[in-house]
Ligand binder design. Structure first.
Ligand code: NDP
Length: 451
């Protein structure tokens, strides 16, 4: 088949996963094409990680201006201009779109604009033209999911939140995962009144319980009206915005209602099922441990497979795939001990097991925990604390979980993730000399187990 095909690899989707796989495959000498129907860089670049983090920075400026007084600075934030932020953000994203295009071109990858659809397992059509390929990689990502609630058409998702014409004064955020807590913090930091609704008793399900409670308390401390065990029964349009009727009978009015209740794989209308690719009940492409679908020449990586919806994981899956298919070294992506950060206000950095997971896996776990006021806030007077927590498996003494809630939690945990990945023991943490004065030194000076 290889000789008569137009390409050795045809990638559908130029997001984090697709671009990395295409570039790396081309570097092995493969003839590669990528089809993309939207903007280069996919979710992360256009409506995800990058613009979100820029918004998070913007949201923190007000706090920093307020904190300056304690250090003797006379700083007054005169106001916040949403249009300036939006246009600067859009400019940076346009630059990144260009960087992605250049990277592919420099790698010799053929970029095809448009929506690709399978004709058969080796043939794809884009804009009426057919292309044949030895291998096909589905890397189409995901899309915000909207549940079936009356009036849901009046809600926005994170996609629209990045392009609002004006900064809302009042926002209702629905959901209790990464995106909901991040946007609640962003809009609150920019001065909006924020109500966040979560259907269960405590949000951020799947994260360490201490951290979840600590973040809930801190977000309430920042003035977010956080409500648990409640959902939206219906939404109506009003002249000023929206009106949400809640499951507890209460009514909320706001300029916008933002739904962040998960993202579903983008697999509709690609012709996947017609060529025999299996999808699960959420529409995710089912793959084996080498990212191969049940059709041997078709692979899938990134959010479309619904494994871990994180950009660095998608990139890692791309590297493993190229090694497997073009490097002659079958390589399974490693989904163990993946560090991540929820850029909430304050952020949560985490790697390894939660206390609950560690107890389940090992029966017993030693817990080391510290809650302290960071040095900076001794002068700012801000009532903001940091939580640090280590989980240790007592038999091996291995540190199996590190959790930090507080300033720069993501930056801190990124470094400690290397130690966890290497299987570092508590004794090795203790033998590490701290950098003083930092918050992170706490993680190598924790000596007292929590009873
Ligand atoms: P998540 O899966 O993280 O959270 C979804 C939330 O919505 C949960 O709280 C869930 O509740 C709730 N929910 C689900 N269905 C409904 C419903 N019908 N009505 C009300 N609430 C509902 O999804 P996100 O959209 O926040 O993010 C998607 C993914 O993107 C994340 O899983 C993450 O992997 C990735 N991401 C990563 C970021 C980062 O690394 N910083 C940032 C943003 C996104 P319940 O818990 O009860 O199921």
């Amino acid at each position: 088949m290889a000789t008569e095909c137009d390409f050795d690899l045809f990638v559908i989707g130029a997001g984090s996963a697709g671009v990395r796989a295409a570039r790396m495959a081309a570097a092995t000498g493969a003839r590669v094409a990528v089809a993309e129907e939207r903007d280069m860089g996919g979710t992360c670049v256009n409506v995800g990680c990058i613009p979100k983090k820029l918004f998070v920075y913007a949201a923190h400026v007000a706090d920093e201006a307020a904190d300056a007084a304690g250090f003797g600075w006379d700083v007054h934030a005169k106001g916040f201009d949403w249009q300036t932020l939006l246009s600067n953000k859009n400019q940076e994203i346009a630059r990144l779109n260009g960087v992605y295009t250049d990277l592919l071109e420099q790698a010799g990858v053929r970029l095809i604009e448009g929506r690709a659809r399978f004709e058969d397992a080796h043939t794809l059509t884009v804009g009426g033209r057919s292309y044949t390929a030895e291998h096909v990689l589905v890397a189409t990502g995901g899309w915000p999911f909207l549940p079936d609630v009356p009036g849901i058409g009046h809600a926005i998702t994170s996609n629209e939140a990045f392009h609002l014409e004006t900064l809302p004064n009042r926002v209702i955020v629905v959901g209790g995962g990464y995106i909901a807590v991040e946007f609640a913090g962003i809009f609150r930091g920019m001065g909006a009144e924020v109500t966040q609704l979560y259907r269960g008793p405590l949000f951020l399900r799947g994260f360490d319980d201490d951290c979840r409670q600590f973040i809930a308390d801190a977000m309430r401390g920042h003035g977010i009206d956080l409500r648990f065990d409640v959902n939206v029964a219906s939404i109506e349009k009003t002249p000023a915005g929206v009106l949400a009727v809640l499951s507890d009978g209460k009514v909320l009015e706001a300029d916008h209602i933002l739904y962040a209740v998960g993202r579903h794989p983008l697999t509709a209308d690609l012709g996947l099922e017609e060529v025999g690719v299996e999808l699960d009940e959420d529409g995710a492409v089912v793959v084996d441990e080498y990212s191969r679908t049940c059709v041997p020449n078709i692979f899938a990586i990134g959010d479309v497979t619904n494994r871990l919806q994180l950009t660095p994981v998608a990139i890692h899956e791309a590297m493993a795939l190229v090694r497997t298919v073009f490097g002659g070294q079958p390589t399974r992506p490693d989904h163990e001990d993946v560090a991540s950060c929820v850029f909430s206000h304050p952020p949560l950095g985490t790697v390894g097991l939660t206390e609950e997971e560690a107890r389940q896996r090992y029966g017993e776990v030693d817990v080391y925990r510290s809650i302290f006021r960071p040095l900076k806030h001794t002068l700012t007077g801000r009532d903001e604390k940091t939580l640090m927590k280590l989980l240790v498996e007592p038999k091996s003494d291995r540190v199996v979980g590190v959790h930090v809630v507080g300033h720069e939690a993501g930056e801190i945990v990124q470094g400690f993730a290397v130690a966890v990945k290497c299987g570092a023991t508590k004794a090795q943490f203790d033998a590490t000399i701290g950098i003083h004065p930092t918050s992170a030194e706490e993680l190598v000076t924790l000596r007292e187990k929590v009873s």
